[in-house]
Design a binder for this molecule. Sequence first.
Ligand SMILES: *Cc1c(COP(=O)(O)O)cnc(C)c1O
Length: 887
Amino acid sequence: MAHNSGYFSTTIPLNTAKATTPGMHDANVPVAQPTSLKRVVSGAALKELLASGTSTQSKTPSKIDNVFQNYSHSEISRDAATIKNSVVMHLTATFLRTPANMDSGDAYLASAFSVRDRLLQRWNMTNEYHDRVNAKRVYYMSLEFLIGRTFDNALLALELRNEYSKVLGDVGFCLEDIIDEERDAALGNGGLGRLAACYVDSMACSDYPGWGYGLRYKYGMFQQQIIDGYQVEAPDCWLDSPNPWEFPRPDVTYPVKFYGHLVRVPDSKHRFTWESNVVYDAMAFDVPVPGYGTNNVGNIRLWSCKTNSLFDLNKFNAGDYAGATGGQVAAQILTDVLYPNDNTNEGKELRLRQEYLFCSATLQDIIARFKKTGKPLSELPDLAAIQLNDTHPTLGIPELMRILLDDEALTWDEAWSIVTRTFAFTNHTILPEAMEKWPVPMMDKILPRHMGIIYDINLYFLQSVEEKFPGDRDLLRRISIIEESNPQQVRMAFLACVGSHKVNGVAAIHSDIIKQSIFNDFVTVQGEDKFINKTNGVSPRRWMNGCNPDMSALITEAVGDRTWINDLTKVKKLEDHVADDDFRARWSAAKQKNKQRLADYILSTTGIKISADALFDVQVQRIHEYKRQLMNIFSVIYRYHCLKQMTPAERAKEISRVVIFAGKAAAGYWVAKQVIKLINSVAEVINADAEIGDVLKVVFIPDYSVTAAEYLIPASDISQHISTAGTEASGTSNMKFVLNGGIILGTVDGANIEIGEEIGEEQIFFFGCLAHEVGDFRHYLRFHQPKPDEALQTAFDLIQNNTFGDGAIFQPLIDSVLRGGDVYLLSVDFPSYIQAHKAVEDAYRNQEEWVTKSILSVARMAKFSSDRSIQEYAEEVWNIEPVRVTN
Ligand SMILES: *Cc1c(COP(=O)(O)O)cnc(C)c1O
């Protein structure tokens, strides 16, 4: 992998940085380490330090700066000897090994810990600086962070990849093998969790003071095994080996209450004491997020339930060992597992407690940090913006109300004004099965104080609606945060909307749809300006520079330097090279190399041998009916049928194709799991058919993950994003594929639409009905049998004739189309889907035009960098500015 050195040494001279921001400390004033600060600095000295950071005149180093006179000069040297010493130091001192007896796992851990030392240093520098200048911070609250691996990402960000490669090479290890030792941090299901990870990456790279907040699940996303064609779930014990990328913070621990009862504070209207014996401690773990091209290191603070205090020594001494640890077990379970549902609400009591633990610890932490500034709480919105990633963290709204009313004794109006100026909310879906609702009796039992606050929020909200629209009882019923069902339910999306100053969807079409559907009444009542669009994006660091080094080297050549990695508008320059034969040849060669890399990966993970010369046709994402993997596999069956009808001479003229699937189904989602079984059954028959050979292969890659995506996405020729129109809010893998020179076959849905607008309709293959037609089709199909076209009927027939094993086990899938109302409109879209496939093939036959499409697509994709998304949020929602960390 070629990564020019020198980029960093010219743009961020770590040891010689000069402050340029007026009013900041002089560049040569040393930076103190916050944790040490706490121990060394008296309250008065701390105040003085904080004051000196904000004062415009202060140029003299404070007392504390003298204590750390040499701190800023301690940036670890970047030469090979230092790197080697630090790796050996960790090998021997951290892991009790010697260079003579280390394996590649040891080499990974020792290298990772030595890299972590550097990140830790920048982390401290960043957070001390942000504290000192009282930077406004954004807090991105998300129950999911699908981070993947960190080692390679950190090496690239620190510009030390070549150095580590050399040092490890000297002792006989290959960097690629070492990188492969790392386990994914898979604390998320799919797109929503990966978006959160891309967003904290962009905040770090764009110098925005931003933190992610989440939960440190002991078991992340389950590992998917395929046994006899079926998905089998195994626990993801990702913390079994040491995790270099987290810093335990035992000193950052907050109590979180559950259950109990309320006592009103005498003479107060809204102030209560919440008495409860069930109190768990949430402890912080910090995960550094290295910024590329900057000193800035972001942070994801993850909470874990601490159980030590719950050990019952009395019971233990009495011989009741199970009882002694019972409280610990009950508490620990709270942060044990990530719920493996994507776009489905499970509604379990444990999940509600998980969400509250997360929200309470996070809000307590944010308030504690704010209070260090000494400012009044009315100024919280000037120093903190909180973004809710979907409704999962919505309890943060009543939790902040509780803190402000009960702990801080503010009035309702004061508290509500602070809350609504601090929170903003991102909606991710309108699928009815995904809408979070909690039964009022459950909420009342577990969180009595919050239930009371939600009632009051609803009361005042409905009063304001009644004032504007007197007498409209139906409006009040529709818009109420409490749904009048039996039992009553708390509508979390409505609570999030009422408590936020901005509500956004994640692609233009989705933001329009939510204004017309779920939030239609809110637009009427609260005005249209509150509802905005922020189209998703993905990080060019991970999804281009990290996963596709050869293509990235070509882009660097076209742009002239590597600044495009933090400023994707520069990829426009690629258009200048679209007619350059040499450039085009190297572009194709990069894709071919990625395809061979994937073919090797497939051979090693599935034992299936595929040709890297075939067209790679990829659909990788969560398995869900709305994403229509079923339609894809039906079309594969039809293709197989057509090939079987041909003479060998005719078949030889066909384009060889490998259809690749990967993705997990929620453990309780039976239909989705049957789809996986069908794909594997079809693959088994087709791949064993000697007559077909390499003309058609079907592969299901088990255990889809960020790391698997990093192999898959750069290798695709065509990728499928074929959700029923109006159901995929945005999609982000569509962006990743096109950013890697792949072409999309997709519906007019989510971000596909905006991708088409940006890159031009010649570069994308659209098919299928439009979002505004879906309602009528569904209505029709509720009362009429769908009429499958000949192609779809052929696929049904082959399955029912037991071509792929016992057809009876797949009958429910066919029935979901024929008898279940065909909710996702497979029968409606199938003819145009088959036609679109033909159009793709015709285009692929003309390789010259295909390469042109590929280059032009990448050149025009700047919009889909998450840096653009984050800048829009910063300017239009959070009102924050970049803060360049300087020594
Ligand atoms: C990007 C990504 C997703 C999201 O894929 P969509 O096709 O947009 O649903 C899911 N999982 C992983 C591992 C990803 O990297």
